[in-house]
Ligand binder design. Structure first.
Ligand code: FDA
Length: 399
């Protein structure tokens, strides 16, 4: 793929898009195919690097259940318009048009059968179809605004356009070159930024709970809860604390100082331990608990509950207490594994300053922000790419 086309001599464009990631490529393709002259700039030497590593290399490119209630933002209504106008079905139709084979893994999550590279190649082809110029491996050294035009210095050249799109993503995974550049630029234009935090990130345990680290590698299906939010998926103990889809999901809702609750036996009905005592009074408590849990986890939980011996020798009250604890085991994480391990960033450019229809800054005509840079964060499972496609398309239709 010859992705690095030279920037041509003409310095004037209809739109300059900073960031050739998921959102920037979609935006460029849509605008280009509407006849706009678009320059797409990225400091990396190839576009869509996060797409390439996503979904374990198979890119979980959307989710069948994408809907506004699966996104977190200070304004829970902001994403509605864009998600409605560019849906998961629209992206699936595009993928189908390119003959890219895909499958549903679980919970509506759609992955390529082959490689994430197919998605990047598809977006690149869409950009080509729109005549988009792509400038890769070049740092933006200056952005200026005056006379209704944006002037961007990239490498040795200055280019200009009446529209500038911020699509440089969030600071998660800095070793891939991710930075807070979008926020700095947005602030320079007077936009507010909601405190960025790592999200979809493993939680760390310390103190008394550090004991659970000895379960590193053990996983179980649980319900993880934080406040009113709950996710039923796998949790995984790690040498630092907890991870796995259920924990990554709940991490986006967790704040320092809060507890999370874990239901280790989500399939059991209320009163099951007392019923088990009636049915099998000679069975060991450890045996009953262990029937539905991995061995090492059952050992640790039984140790912590301090209940031993035969079921028939334990009081109903003790069993009811144990059941309540197993259904809402409290952990007090002491932190997260940070931006280095976060799949996305929660927070970002405040949606209050943006049009939900076009992603244009309300008070800075011609300035747009899309994708992860904006304060819209999806659940795990293809929701973040769907936001990138939808917000990119919304801006691409407007510039
Ligand atoms: P994105 O990060 O994709 O692109 C930003 C671009 O801007 C990059 O190309 C970067 O090089 C460029 N840039 C940054 N600073 C710049 C500057 N100063 N000048 C010029 N260019 C600059 N989501 C999902 O829905 N399904 C999944 O399977 C996964 N899997 C996944 C795995 C891993 C390991 C991570 C880290 C993340 C995911 N995600 C995901 C999240 C998903 O990758 C993310 O939400 C989107 O890539 C966001 O798209 P954007 O285009 O906004 O940013």
């Amino acid at each position: 793929m010859d992705l690095c086309k030279p920037v041509t001599d003409a310095a004037r464009y209809d739109a300059i898009i900073l960031g050739a990631g998921a959102a920037g490529m979609m935006c460029a393709a849509v605008a280009g195919q509407r006849g706009r002259r678009v320059l797409l700039i990225d400091r990396a030497d190839e576009p869509g690097k996060k797409i390439l590593i996503s979904g374990g290399g198979r890119c979980n490119f959307t989710n069948l259940h994408a809907a506004p209630d699966r996104y977190i933002s200070a304004n829970p209504h902001f994403m509605k318009s864009a998600l409605r106008r560019y849906t998961q079905e629209d992206f699936i139709a595009l993928v189908d048009r390119y003959g890219i084979a895909w499958h549903e893994k679980t919970l509506g999550q759609l992955f390529c059968d082959g490689s994430a590279r197919q998605i990047v190649a598809m977006l690149d082809e869409e950009c080509r179809a729109g005549g988009v110029e792509i400038a890769l491996g070049r740092d933006v050294s200056a952005v200026e605004h005056g006379d209704g035009r944006y002037r961007v210095t990239v490498g040795a050249r200055t280019v200009e356009a009446p529209a500038l799109v911020i699509a440089t993503g969030g600071p998660s995974i800095p070793k891939m070159g991710a930075t807070g550049y979008a926020y700095d630029l947005a602030r320079r234009f007077g936009l507010k930024v909601i405190e960025p935090r790592p999200a979809l990130v493993p939680l760390t345990l310390g103190g008394d709970e550090a004991l659970f680290k000895s379960l590193s590698g053990v996983s179980a299906e649980v319900i993880a809860k934080c406040g009113k939010t709950a996710f039923r998926e796998a949790a995984l103990f790690t040498h630092k604390g907890m991870s796995g889809p259920a924990i990554l999901q709940i991490s986006s809702y967790w704040r320092h100082g809060q507890q999370i609750g874990v239901d280790f036996l989500p399939s059991q009905d209320s009163g099951w331990l007392v019923e088990a005592k009636r049915a099998r009074p000679r069975a060991a408590f450890r045996t009953v608990i262990g029937a539905a849990l991995p061995d090492r986890l059952a050992d640790t939980l039984v140790e912590r509950l301090g209940l031993h011996g035969e079921m028939g020798n334990l009081t109903d009250r003790a069993l009811e207490q144990a059941e309540r604890r197993l259904a809402d085991w409290r952990f007090s994480p002491n932190g997260t594994e940070g931006f280095a391990k976060a799949e996305v960033t929660i927070g970002g450019i405040d949606t209050d300053g943006l049009s939900s229809k076009t992603m244009e800054a309300k008070r800075v005509p011609g300035l747009y922000a899309i994708g992860e840079a904006v304060d819209v964060t999806g659940w795990l499972g293809g929701y973040n790419f769907q936001w990138a496609w939808a917000s990119g398309s919304a801006a691409g239709q407007a510039i």
